[in-house]
Design a protein around this ligand. Sequence first.
Ligand SMILES: [Fe+2]
Ligand SMILES: [Fe+2]
Length: 178
Amino acid sequence: MKMLRCRICGETYLGDEAPSQCPFCGAHREFLVAPEGYPSDINEVAPTEIERQDLEAAIELERSNTRFYLGMAQRDDNDALRSAYKRLARIEAEHCSLFCKLAKNPKPADLLEPGATNDDWAADIAESLERERRASALYAEFTARATSVRLREVFGAVAAVERDHIDFDALARTYVRP
Ligand SMILES: [Fe+2]
Ligand SMILES: [Fe+2]
């Protein structure tokens, strides 16, 4: 068995082989490293004015998406989709916590309160697709303008996770019952 740590969220993974994505934040395999690759001061950054604004925007985006997915996960008429969007909510909540750490902000008090949805799987998945497209585009911008090496690493890794979520929404549509 190996012990790996995710350089993005800092969670520990125990297993024989690194999974293709971190089970906690969705970061791709390349970020799962030996524990020595995750120094204790990894999130000690001194954001510039623009980086601070980008972190604040990231916290709000992840808060909103977490709550939307928790709202989707409240419905009891499609267990596969309920479970999948609960999974996405956990990943977005992990992103929110990470950005709060980097900004040295407290976690939003309502982070884990289910938010309003459209009450229809097809409409919610369409909205999810819009949210994920917006997230991946924003994180690509934040990555391009970040000057801190750590912030560039985190924004870039999370942009890739949000692109995976776009792919997931396309798959989820096939699980909507007519
Ligand atoms: Fe992770
Ligand atoms: Fe996402």
